[in-house]
Design a protein around this ligand. Structure first.
Ligand SMILES: [Zn+2]
Ligand SMILES: [Zn+2]
Length: 183
């Protein structure tokens, strides 16, 4: 009961990181179903539709059907992943789905993974959308990651001195590691 109270729903940093790393949950059910259908369809194409010759070896045909089926099914899963990924990055979904589906040989997917925007998340303080690389919220100055009090570059919470300028992190008015991790 305690953990389901709505005012306790601000996710911890560890939860947020785990959420963004959970790539399997990014593949929607429709693309899994479609991938299975595509795989089955390719098997049917190789064994049911394409003309058979007596001299043709069955193991070869099985292998070809399996590899083409796997390749097409994987691409369907990839398209499903992109369809969800594109939304959490606030990129134009329809345009990118067209690019990924229509450009031949998976080039669209390669272009997508090169050009995609960083994942946005909400500032814990004011809910402004911010990129994962920000140290401070651009709207309310909320500290999103531990930084050095002298050069304001990112530091690890376990650091005693800044790795960039050598500043003693314990000297900061309120140490960065305490400010960033006090909820
Ligand atoms: Zn903010
Ligand atoms: Zn520093």
């Amino acid at each position: 009961m305690m953990s389901t109270m709505p005012w306790n729903r601000t996710p911890s940093r560890a939860e947020e990181l785990a959420g963004t790393d959970d790539q399997l949950s990014m593949i929607p059910a429709w693309s899994v179903v479609l991938a299975i259908a595509v795989f089955a369809g390719v098997q049917y194409l190789f064994h049911g539709v394409m003309p058979h010759h007596k001299h043709e070896m069955l193991p070869m045909r099985l292998l070809m059907g399996y590899s083409w089926g796997t390749a097409f099914a994987s691409y369907v899963l990839l398209v499903g992943y992109v369809s969800r990924d594109v939304k959490r990055r606030k990129m134009p979904a329809a345009l990118w789905m067209l690019i990924v589906v229509l450009l031949p040989g998976g080039i669209g997917a390669v272009v997508y993974f090169i050009l995609r925007q960083p994942i946005l998340r909400a500032c814990p303080n004011c809910r402004t959308e911010i990129a994962a690389s920000y140290h401070f919220c651009p709207q309310c100055q909320f500290q999103l990651a531990p930084v050095c009090g002298q050069c304001f570059r990112g530091v690890q919470i376990t650091d005693v001195y800044c790795t960039q300028c050598g500043h003693d992190l314990a000297e900061d008015h309120a140490p960065a590691r305490l400010r960033a991790y006090s909820d």
